[in-house]
Design a protein around this ligand. Structure first.
Ligand code: NAD
Length: 501
């Protein structure tokens, strides 16, 4: 191994340690191909050590007063805030998104940390007084034990922060498995969490890919698994971890559609679509890769193409960049081959973003904004999640046809409608079978007092990340029915029925 390239440690029992594995992979700057670090694919023994550390820390942590837990997250949110610029720079270097968008990635995670600091108000049970004579019933929301999180490459700050802060605030201990493609900003966030006062063993990190994920799904001491990533891997994780008796939530792949009605505000709508289709190089699970133009809105294609052509493709560190590189050479090649298939399948290539000229970054994994019209189901560009800056335009005659089209797609992560008609928007929110719905909002990611959700192939498991749902996910409800006697209570005799008297 080259000595000058830093290696990324594991975190086990409060100590940042070097993995003893023989398997490492490079973390590569996608704009330059510079190798930034090496990440270990941890051994089975190292995962076992991380779980053992989390298990050992659980008895004390679960009994730690709720205010003490909350105050760690109060401190943590301040540390993230103080370091947001350097966190964003690290994120841009290893992931590629622009610095402003990287700051947004950190900020959307920070909001969940702020929410975790309010755990005192969130982890409340219920109480019913006098459910029978002298009897009260109440619930306790108690932590589960060791929980684990597996995260994707596209939000290396926000998505780890969806997971461990809420799990730990609820009194659980945690093992995190970050994306092996861009683990550096995640590790910096983990260092800040330790600095904020998370005790030894309460948060642990192992790195790796499929093997470590499978070991997490199989480990008998892990009680719950939270996964965010592709549908292919998420379905595997859900099945494997569920069969092993774990609680599992999997937030998975997407193919989000927007409907544009002809009464929409044209300028606002086209800006929103260009931003949501091409921002983050299309590598958001809430990106808008399909737009249904209804009726006369179909005439807006040239203006949309003109807008897309104004976007600057370059390194995320360059001022004014709108579209950074995609995560890897393999991702770029896959996107380019899908564009080729789109042409072969008969879609009209309105704008071809393949092989853009990017001065100073000739080695980067760049694909510029690409637009197809005349797209239909059955074409690879429609059927697959491209996860690149490629927008497919579909013509629809009216809102009914457009809603039916979206509901026939297997995915149900996000969607949006653009219109000035309240009645049309209400019709859409009622009938669309998608988790996140935007009304003149292209990327409707909920803020943390609500929960992220999803329907159909985009989600497995009942409860989503953050918001009220995640407190239910990371706790088990215990229902206590209690009666207290004192010496003056008159004995009622033996009750042989199930009734409470
Ligand atoms: P991915 O599924 O390839 O990887 C996700 C995690 O699974 C990583 O930690 C990876 O190491 C691990 N993994 C990869 N292959 C595995 C295998 N064969 N067995 C077990 N584990 C494996 O996803 P990605 O490419 O990192 O992220 C992009 C995907 O994530 C897209 O499909 C996107 O839509 C989805 N995503 C969904 C949401 C959501 O909330 N619904 C949010 C962000 C991203």
């Amino acid at each position: 191994m080259t000595a000058s390239i830093p290696t990324i440690p594991l975190l086990i029992g409060g100590k940042f340690v070097q993995s003893s594995t023989t398997q490492w992979r490079d973390v590569v700057n996608p704009a330059t191909q510079e190798v930034l670090a090496r990440v270990p694919l941890a051994t089975a023994e190292e995962l076992a050590q991380a779980v053992a550390a989390a298990k050992a820390a659980f008895p004390a942590w679960r009994k730690t007063p709720i205010g003490t837990r909350a105050r760690i997250f109060l401190k943590y949110q301040q540390l993230i805030r103080d370091n947001i610029k350097s966190l964003a720079a690290l994120l841009t270097a290893e992931q590629g998104k622009t610095l402003a968008d990287a700051e947004g990635d950190v900020f959307r995670g920070l909001e969940v940390v702020e929410h975790a600091a309010a755990i005192g108000n969130l982890q409340l049970g219920e109480l019913a007084n006098n459910v029978a004579t002298g009897v009260d019933t109440y619930t306790l929301l108690q932590p589960l034990g060791v929980c684990a999180g597996i995260t994707p490459f596209n939000f290396p700050a926000m998505i780890p922060l969806w997971m461990f802060p809420m799990a730990i605030a609820c009194g659980n201990t945690f093992v995190l498995k970050p994306s092996e493609q861009d683990p550096m900003v995640t590790m910096r966030l983990v260092e800040l969490a330790i600095e904020a006062g998370i005790p030894n063993g309460v948060l642990n990190v192992v790195h790796g890919a499929a093997e470590v994920v499978d070991a997490i799904c199989d480990h008998p001491d892990i009680k719950a698994v939270s996964f965010v990533g592709s549908t292919r891997v998420g379905t595997h994780v859900y099945n494997r971890a569920s069969l092993n008796g774990k609680r599992v939530q999997c937030m998975m792949g997407a193919k989000n559609h927007a409907i544009v009605l002809p009464d929409a505000n044209k300028e606002q709508t086209l800006n929103a679509i260009a931003g949501a289709a091409f921002g983050a190089a299309g590598q958001r699970c809430m990106a808008l890769p399909v737009v249904l133009l209804v009726g006369e809105a179909q005439q807006w294609i040239p203006e949309l193409v003109a807008k897309a052509q104004t976007l600057k493709v370059s390194s995320g560190t360059e001022p004014g960049t709108d579209v950074g590189p995609v995560i890897s050479c393999a991702a770029r090649e896959r996107i380019e081959s899908l564009i080729e298939r789109g042409v072969a399948d008969g879609a009209t290539l309105e704008l071809d973003g393949r092989k853009p000229v990017v001065p100073g970054y000739e080695q980067g994994n760049f694909v510029g904004p690409t637009i197809f019209s005349g797209v239909r189901p059955g074409m690879a560009i429609y059927d697959q999640e491209i996860f690149g800056p490629v927008l497919s335009i579909v013509a629809a005659k009216d809102i009914d046809e457009a809603i039916e089209f979206i509901n026939a797609n297997p995915n149900g992560n996000g969607t949006a409608i653009f219109t000035q008609s309240g009645a049309a928007a209400r019709r859409f929110q009622e009938d669309i079978d998608v988790g996140q719905v935007g009304i003149n909002v292209p990327i409707p990611v909920p803020v943390p007092m609500f929960s992220f959700t999803g329907s159909r192939a985009s989600k497995l498991g009942d409860l989503g990340p953050y918001g009220k749902q995640v407190v239910m996910f990371y706790t088990q409800t215990k229902t206590v029915t209690a009666r207290w006697f004192d010496d003056s209570t008159v004995a009622q005799g033996v009750n042989t029925t199930i009734s409470l008297k």
